[in-house]
Ligand binder design. Structure first.
Ligand SMILES: [Ca+2]
Length: 598
């Protein structure tokens, strides 16, 4: 078993203490292990936090960034449950049961180990190992990794929980999305709820519940692990009235300007390099300048509501932090804040409601009938901001959730607390991955990953501990040779050093391999595959190794299979084409100019 630098430090400290304690006094009680709080935002974008360049006001999250470190090169997966499965198991999605999202499992993946659609019993979990090492383990918020009794949070290591088992739903009540599955399923401490508490509002109630869990055991002196898997700001944007109007009119200027403003701040903050260029505006999105003011106002109002969702989330995170300060636990708590995947640019509601005349269409028409902009945020309203604002949330990157472009898989990460020895408010650009969190936190807790569970060998952890990085002894947990791999819905990618190889369905991809140098081109504007055939070859070999090691079964059906028919055809990205738009006014030679004859 590899010994972590933290364990070595702990050992040195312990032997120093032992050397100075007189033999006749009892051994000193070891320092209490740190509490751990993971604050997850659902579909929260890279550029949506103030500390990462947003105009959205997030003072409480920014305060954690000021007290800790921001990581600019952190990766999740491209969608919810795959990321969550790696966070809580430390094992690749194609092994841990989320080889595909349950909702989109392809016919050729059904019944294949690793594609169960829930966190399978081949893996153990972070809360289970932490519980076994003396931690209290609490979860509030969205689970999305199985609903059967042996798959719920209480069965997977959480001592207390208040959980939405579904992938999304109303923030106000138990309304879900389809006629076949009309009601969201919740558990509390391992029991399925028949109704929700009075005054339920997801973000508020999750926070209240967690504070109660913490307080109930505070006197016993044990550390706690809290997995705060917020639903916010995932659509539908349900929001108390007092949070809806904090940015009135602010987004009417359109997505292009807001992206430019965010990138400017990211460069000033040191989040992005000075010469960073924005990804192209998706070809099927209008130039906001060309829209009527009324259209811009309606589209802008969606972003106002989204900004309110993020600010409300930040407010409740602040309540939790304040409470930990009040009970004297803040200083001994490690916080990790990030989003679970890129911002959402796909119209989920459209796929939920389906075709006119179907049961789901009727269900949506009845349950999600509050369509007037003045009702946006109320129960029964369904607002999502669309691909134009998702691009803003992912500034400066290309594309969004569901895709393995940077806009789908890169996220903002903040880590603060006792394990962090780096200067406060510093920024690190090392290559990090969500599966690193399990080995990192096992180091923090001073425990080891077990070799077996119920007599079965456990798969190896795929991540690398951040202990040396957090201690300021290394800039990255990875060497130039280490690589990361992704596959979801048939979209796939490899990152090694500054290079990224990716294959995506048309038309957001080319249906072939594309190559990007992320050091000079973080927005993936220039495909270098034709110019660098040797690099493509060596990285395709890495992809083959990744797919073989993890039993990747490419899906024979995909959620994106008809996208090319649904979107307008893509004009090749060629500056100056079509010429009509770029043709300047013709100016005749001055000696040939004349007035009309009488
Ligand atoms: Ca998500």
């Amino acid at each position: 078993m590899k010994i972590s630098p933290l364990a070595i430090i702990a050992g040195v400290v312990a032997s120093l203490l032992a050397a100075t304690v007189p033999a006749q006094t009892p051994a000193q009680t070891p320092a209490k292990k740190p509490n751990i709080v993971i604050l997850l935002g659902d579909d929260l974008g890279y550029a949506d936090i103030g500390a990462f360049g947003s105009e959205i006001k997030t003072p409480n999250i920014d305060a954690l960034a000021q007290d800790g470190v921001r990581f600019t090169n952190f990766y999740t997966h491209a969608s919810c449950s795959p990321t969550r499965s790696m966070l809580l198991s430390g094992v690749d999605t194609h092994v841990n049961g989320l080889g595909n999202m349950d909702e989109w499992t392809a016919p050729n993946q059904r019944g294949v180990p690793g594609y169960e659609g829930y966190l399978n019993n081949q893996v153990t979990t972070l809360p289970q190992v932490l519980k076994d090492s003396g931690y209290h383990t609490y979860m509030v918020g969205k689970w999305h990794m199985g609903k059967a009794p042996d798959q719920i949070p209480a069965a997977r290591g959480f001592e207390r929980d208040f959980s939405l088992l579904d992938g999304a739903g109303s923030y106000w009540d138990m309304t879900n999305f389809t006629g076949a599955s009309p009601k969201s399923v919740f558990t509390e401490d391992g029991r399925y709820l028949t109704q929700l508490p009075d005054d339920y509002y997801a973000t508020k109630t999750y926070t209240d519940k967690l504070i109660n869990f913490i307080d109930a055991n505070h006197d016993d002196g044990k550390p706690f692990f809290a997995y705060v898997a917020h639903q916010a700001p995932h659509d539908p944007y349900h929001l108390p009235k007092e949070w809806r109007n904090r940015h009135v009119g602010e987004y009417d200027k359109g997505w292009d300007i807001v992206r430019k403003e965010r990138l400017k701040r990211q460069i000033e903050l040191g989040i992005m390099p000075a010469d960073t260029q924005l990804a192209e505006r998706m070809w099927f999105l209008p130039d906001p300048i060309a829209l009527a003011p009324a259209s811009r106002a309606v589209l802008g109002k969606k972003m106002e509501l989204y900004a309110g969702m993020v600010e409300n989330l930040d407010f409740h995170i602040g309540r939790l932090v304040e409470h930990l300060k009040k009970i004297g636990e803040y200083e001994n708590t490690i916080f990790m804040v990030f989003g679970d995947n890129g911002a959402e640019g796909t119209d989920l509601f459209k796929s939920i409601a389906g075709t006119p005349g179907t049961r789901d269409f009727l269900f949506a028409a009845i349950q999600w009938s509050q369509t007037h902009p003045n009702a946006w945020g109320d129960p029964g309203s369904y607002v999502a901001y669309g691909p134009m604002w998702a691009q803003v949330s992912m500034t400066p990157f290309s594309q969004y959730k569901g895709w393995v472009a940077e806009g789908g898989v890169r996220n903002a990460l903040i880590v603060s607390g006792p394990a962090v020895q780096r200067p406060k408010s510093s920024i690190n650009h090392g290559l990090m991955h969500v599966a690193d969190i399990m080995p990192t936190l096992l180091d923090v807790a001073g425990t080891n990953y077990p070799k077996q569970q119920a007599g079965r060998n456990l798969p190896e952890l795929i991540g690398k501990s951040w202990a040396p990085v957090l201690a300021g002894k290394a800039e990255s947990p990875r060497s130039e040779k280490d690589y990361l791999g992704w596959e979801i819905f048939g979209n796939r990618a490899i990152r090694q050093g500054e290079w990224k190889l990716r294959w995506q369905h048309k038309p957001l991809g080319k249906g072939g391999w594309e190559l990007f140098n992320l050091a000079s081109d973080p927005a993936e504007r220039t495909d270098l595959a034709a110019a660098e055939p040797e690099k493509v070859k060596s990285m395709v070999a890495l992809w083959d190794a990744y797919a073989r090691d993890n039993n990747v079964i490419l899906p024979n059906r995909s959620v994106f299979e008809t996208l090319e028919d649904a979107l307008p055809p893509r004009t090749p990205d060629d500056p100056g084409y079509p010429p009509l738009i770029y043709k300047r006014q013709f100016v005749p030679p001055s000696d040939m100019v004349a007035d009309p004859k009488p």
